[in-house]
Design a protein around this ligand. Structure first.
Ligand code: C2E
Ligand code: CA
Ligand code: CA
Length: 583
């Protein structure tokens, strides 16, 4: 039997394709179709599976009526084939007597319905064709919906794993991928390098040009980074201006050098953003697996190395070394010991006298925290304060200083009227905490310490980086009667005009400016300039770090209002202090 066509002329007729090699069966089905649809149908009948494809190329059909046993190909595999070639074509399978197993199999492979040859009636046939079409429609819609939601999931996934600003992988993505890279490195006994870096002066760009320019700069940086990282390197933005690149598996550490070079070189040219030419340089820390054997440790090592790079004037890149490792280990120990130090009452406050040039009878003191650890001995605040600043311990320290200041205040007795101010040092992280001013006020209240006897010392750096919030808190402090002093003034980056808008009372000259000032005309000129400006702005000036009589004389001559330093007195505890003021 060849391909033949049972044709009617009705334009709205149903068009079927039938694959059936047994002529009598084909005739029977055609008869039934006629009974079911009258003149409004047509059927193309083929007797080989190969001809199904041929017919499909020449016409379109509502349903394929498919005999399971065709001479060239038989079995349910035919269904799979039809389905993959014509996913929208409904299939009704014809099976022999009692061949229910094949029928079920056919349905599972993608046929929409089946008919058992000797049970077919015109009604059964027409209903089966109708349902096959319906089912196919539902199937198509369902498939579409699933694909849509899968697509949305992929998009959602991409959003969760990418930084919306730069489109780079974010922290989550980075950690997942980095963990996998380390697993591979472990399996293949290879190394992995990690570059961790941020942008020097990025905050200043934000402050000077605004956040939109800052954002554009980050996008520009990300663009350049994408050009220098190879496909096998993983680049991510961890937060703010912090980026990270983790290499693929490497044999030797030296293999990371070209990447480091490309990275530093990519910052050589300025970034053009809204007609500004902005130059930023990265500080890069490098660490290696298996030296650090987890993603977190790898980042920590690289972060430590980056910190070294930041501290140094000339170094852009720092590798994590044994030296850094031992410093890091020390900082870990200090941090650990420090966390118990407050509870164990290992901290006390020393007070260093400050002399007023106009009225030597006045009592002014700077409160300086002291720590004697049973494990580490005496630890300098210059070492532990920076560590405390990143934890709540810093507030415990300030509270301790406030409490000790209260003791001092009480101990003054008859001399209380001589007390001008007790200066307390405040950290940047504290000033950047929204309710710090209120908290500090509560501590003073608890200790019954009058606020107008307190002066707060902050570095210029601290205030300029968080202008709005800081100024708000500084105003609260001042409204309570406290004075505000800028510590270590005169060597920082900010110009004096930066400070004009800030609510300040005192400038405290950096010790470096006073050191050997009698032999340094330049520092004398700078100091004279600062003093002049401060007085015009109604501010007082303190010269600190005075160790020699010559320095004392010059500082006085240049108009400093207050003097502080080992020459006058070292920081001391309460008992020595009463002796100091009574002799
Ligand atoms: P700072 O605020 O600049 O404090 C002055 C430092 O100079 C003190 O060091 C003081 O002992 C030292 N000093 C005073 N006169 C002289 C001198 O004539 N020559 C020399 N070479 N040094 C002098 P110290 O006590 O080691 O404190 C170091 C830093 O730790 C302080 O620098 C301050 O930034 C911080 N710090 C100390 N106590 C606290 C505190 O309670 N809270 C906070 N946030 N920081 C504190
Ligand atoms: Ca100070
Ligand atoms: Ca200082």
């Amino acid at each position: 039997m060849d391909m033949y066509h049972q044709q009617t002329n009705d334009a709205s007729s149903h068009v079927f394709l039938m694959a059936e090699d047994c002529p009598s069966d084909a005739e029977l089905i055609t008869q039934m179709l006629y009974q079911a649809f009258g003149d409004s149908y047509s059927v193309v009948c083929v007797d080989r599976f190969a001809k199904v494809v041929e017919a499909m190329e020449n016409g379109s059909f509502e349903v394929l009526i498919l005999d399971m046993g065709l001479p060239d190909r038989s079995g349910v595999e035919n269904i799979r084939e039809v389905r993959s070639l014509y996913p929208n074509l409904p299939i009704v399978v014809l099976t022999g007597h009692e061949d229910i197993e094949t029928a079920v199999d056919a349905l599972q492979k993608g046929a929409q319905d089946y008919l058992t040859k000797n049970e077919i009636t015109p009604e059964v046939l027409s209903r089966s064709l109708f349902y096959a079409k319906e089912r196919k429609q539902i199937e198509i819609k369902l498939k579409q919906a699933l694909e849509d939601s899968a697509y949305r999931n992929v998009q959602l996934e991409a959003m969760v794993r990418h930084d919306p600003l730069t489109q780079l992988p974010n922290r989550i993505f980075f950690h997942d991928s980095a963990r996998k890279i380390l697993h591979r490195a472990e399996r293949f006994q290879k190394q992995v390098g990690l570059l961790f870096f941020d942008l020097d002066g990025f905050k200043r760009v934000n402050d000077t040009y605004g956040h939109l320019v800052g954002d554009s700069l980050l996008i520009g940086v990300a663009g350049r980074l994408e050009n220098i990282a190879r496909d096998s390197d993983l680049l991510a933005r961890l937060s703010g201006d912090e980026f990270v690149i983790i290499t693929d598996l490497i044999e030797h550490r030296e293999q990371i050098y070209p990447l480091v070079k490309r990275l530093t070189k990519s910052f050589a040219k300025p970034f053009s953003i809204e007609r500004h030419e902005i130059t930023v340089t990265p500080s890069i820390g490098v660490a290696f697996y298996p030296n650090a054997n987890s993603v977190d440790l790898l980042i920590k090592h690289a972060d430590c190395a980056m910190y070294e790079a930041k501290k140094s004037e000339e170094k852009v890149v720092c590798f994590y070394t044994e030296e850094i490792a031992s410093r890091f280990a020390r900082s870990q120990t200090v941090e650990l010991e420090l966390s118990n130090a407050l509870a164990q009452r290992e901290l006390t406050t020393a007070f260093q006298p400050i002399v007023s040039a106009s009225n030597p009878d006045k009592i002014l003191l700077e409160a300086l925290i002291r720590w004697t650890s049973p494990v580490l001995g005496i630890v300098s605040p210059a070492e532990f304060i920076p560590l405390a600043e990143t934890t709540p311990v810093i507030n415990g320290i300030t509270k301790c200083v406030v409490t000790d200041s209260m003791e001092l205040y009480r101990s003054l007795g008859e001399d209380l009227h001589r007390l001008d101010k007790i200066a307390i040092n405040i950290s940047s992280t504290q000033l950047a905490t929204p309710n710090f001013a209120n908290q500090f006020q509560r501590w003073l209240a608890e200790c019954k310490l009058p606020a107008d006897k307190i002066s707060l010392e902050l570095t210029e750096h601290q205030i300029l980086h968080n202008s709005e919030l800081c100024i708000k808190q500084l105003n609260i402090f001042r409204s309570l009667g406290m004075s505000i002093a800028i510590d270590d003034f005169g060597t920082g980056y900010s110009s004096i005009t930066h400070l004009l808008d800030l609510p300040l009372d005192i400038l405290k000259l950096d010790r470096a400016l006073i050191d050997n000032i009698d032999n340094n005309p330049r520092n004398q000129a700078i100091t004279a300039g600062i003093v002049e400006m401060a007085h015009r702005l109604n501010m007082k000036v303190i010269a600190e770090g005075i160790e020699r009589p010559e320095e004392y004389e010059i500082a006085l001559e240049l108009g400093c209002d207050y003097l502080q330093g080992y020459l006058i007195a070292k920081p001391m505890f309460l008992k020595q202090l009463t002796d100091f003021y009574n002799t």
